[in-house]
Write a protein that binds this ligand. Structure first.
Ligand code: GRF
Length: 192
């Protein structure tokens, strides 16, 4: 069974989509651990509610970079992780982690990469930029993670319509629904 480590910084609805897919028998995987850089992230609560071991690992908590990285590596090694899933994670993974798990880290991004990706392109900024550009479509992408934000090979993409009366929030909500579909599917691809 594929053992997942999920990284999340916020609400954790993408994490929840994975937990639910597993519970419904659609995903033969186990969320072995959830890691957040935010000690109060609701994603941690969601994990705890599902009996999943959680860790708060951040560069504030572990002031030394090497201590920060070694803590992260220790958690991943201890849980014998097969696949690292970034689900609404706002930090760049340390290079040492990507080196160790190269080809086994995926990320979900709320836009049709390669457009609207990269540093600063997160959350409502993305949807505002899509609307300002007058795009006819937006969507979500799951991609392999390399050393740059939102840059690695694309695994799954699905688009949504953009409507004239859309606000960044209404577009974000429509895209988020798609994220919840394609992220578990991307994990299933790895199982295959
Ligand atoms: C999602 O739109 C994700 O793509 C982006 O941040 C949002 C987090 O959603 N990175 P959640 O925390 O999974 O609810």
């Amino acid at each position: 069974m594929l053992k997942l480590a999920v990284f999340a910084s916020g609400n954790g609805s993408n994490l929840q989509a994975i937990i639910d897919a597993i519970a419904l028998g659609r995903l033969n995987a186990q969320v072995a651990t959830v890691i957040s850089n935010k000690s109060h992230a609701f994603a941690l609560t969601r994990a705890q509610n599902s009996g999943i071991t959680t860790f708060h690992i951040s560069q504030i908590k572990y002031s030394g970079y090497l201590d920060y990285v070694s803590q992260m590596l220790a958690v991943l090694d201890r849980h014998a992780i097969d696949l690292v899933v970034l689900a609404g994670y706002m930090k760049l993974l340390p290079r040492e982690i990507i080196d160790r798990y190269y080809g086994r880290v995926i990320n979900v991004h709320p836009a049709l990469l390669p457009k609207y990706g990269g540093p600063g392109m997160y959350g409502v900024n993305i949807h505002q930029a899509v609307l300002s550009a007058g795009e006819e479509y937006s969507g979500a992408t799951v991609h392999m993670v390399d050393y740059k934000f939102d840059h690695g090979p694309i695994l799954i993409q699905r688009r949504v319509n953009v409507y004239p009366d859309d606000t960044p929030d209404t577009l974000a909500a429509r895209v988020l629904e798609i994220e919840h579909i394609i992220l578990p599917r991307a994990v299933a691809l790895f199982i295959k």
